[in-house]
Design a protein around this ligand. Structure first.
Ligand SMILES: Nc1ncnc2c1ncn2[C@@H]1O[C@H](COP(=O)(O)OP(=O)(O)OP(=O)(O)O)[C@@H](O)[C@H]1O
Ligand SMILES: [Mg+2]
Length: 277
């Protein structure tokens, strides 16, 4: 399975996932028979000591790395069944990755950085421009489109990186310590943005953080220690203003009302002004 609407059910399923890194004769066991379900539209925070395997989990979920054992199923796709071209297509359709250090290309403007993932799609130049402007507008940086990364603050750079992550309208946002390099106010802005993408647009978010206050923004906090999930704190949180389309895809309608998705546009989108779906 390489595309189509994601199946109903968890957006992420890890089943018996182990990861052992090998460096020559030395084995580094990282994850041990991990099981994890993340619901569609859920905001999950992942915590744990340095070296416990948090980034490894994000890399497995994004199809950047492969498990030594077990299955990784994301948006209904068993990643173990995909070849490298299939994985690239999967990533471009379903995953928006946000890094601690932003990873913007310094010689490209904010607009061009956000446009990059769209160069892999068959959108026209005009359509790409519309999507880039919508994404930058969503993160509040419409007035910084022609700025280069060095002309932006750290918080603004991270918001450009978030725009780049959402411009393809992915199913899942994966954030690896997204506020790790930011001051308190910029961190709050970025967390507010992630929460808005989750609550308003029904995006599933998996965020690794060392900051307990940042983790508080999530629906659920999982702690990873010595390769296993050792603690789970689940609280009552506001759920996304979303309903489900017939394909099982969360879908956000204007004013919080549910609205059917058209057959040609079965995923939530920032780009359909009438119903966002
Ligand atoms: N490519 C690799 N080859 C060998 N070992 C690796 C590789 N990538 C990660 N590791 C090891 O796997 C373990 C888990 O790494 P990982 O980056 O997932 O930790 P982390 O929980 O994200 O830590 P941090 O909080 O410091 O970012 C570490 O001991 C690390 O040294
Ligand atoms: Mg890490």
């Amino acid at each position: 399975m390489t595309g189509g609407a994601p199946a109903a059910g968890p957006v992420i399923r890890l089943a018996g996932v182990s990861k052992i890194y090998r460096r020559g004769p030395i084995e580094v066991p990282v994850l041990h028979r991990l099981d994890l379900d993340v619901a569609a539209g859920e905001f999950l925070a992942l915590m744990g000591p340095s070296g416990s395997g948090k980034s490894t989990i994000l890399n497995l979920v994004s199809g950047i790395d492969t498990p030594t054992e077990g299955r990784v199923i994301v948006a209904g796709t068993d990643l173990g069944e995909l070849d490298s071209a299939g994985l690239a297509r999967f990533r471009s359709r379903h995953i928006g990755f946000i890094f601690q250090s932003y990873n913007l290309i310094p010689v490209l403007t904010a607009f061009q950085n956000v446009e990059l993932p769209l160069l892999l799609t068959d959108l026209t130049r005009r359509e790409r421009g519309e999507h880039v402007r919508a994404a930058l507008d969503l993160v509040g940086l419409s007035d910084r489109m022609e700025h280069y990364p060095r002309q932006l603050s750290g918080g603004q750079e991270q918001r450009v990186a978030i725009a780049r992550a959402i411009v393809t309208d992915p199913t899942l946002l994966v954030a690896d310590e997204p506020t790790g390099d930011l001051d308190a106010q910029s961190a709050a802005d970025v967390l507010g943005l992630l929460q808005r993408l989750h609550l308003e647009f029904g995006k599933a978010v998996v965020m690794v953080t060392h900051d307990p206050h940042a983790a508080e923004r999530a629906d659920r906090i999982l702690h990873l220690e010595k390769g296993v999930l050792v603690e789970s704190v689940e609280r009552e949180r506001p759920r996304p203003v979303s309903s489900r389309s017939s394909s099982g895809t969360p879908c956000v309608a204007s004013g919080g009302r549910s609205s059917p998705c058209s057959a040609s546009s079965s995923r939530c989108s920032f780009f359909a002004p009438s119903a966002r779906c």
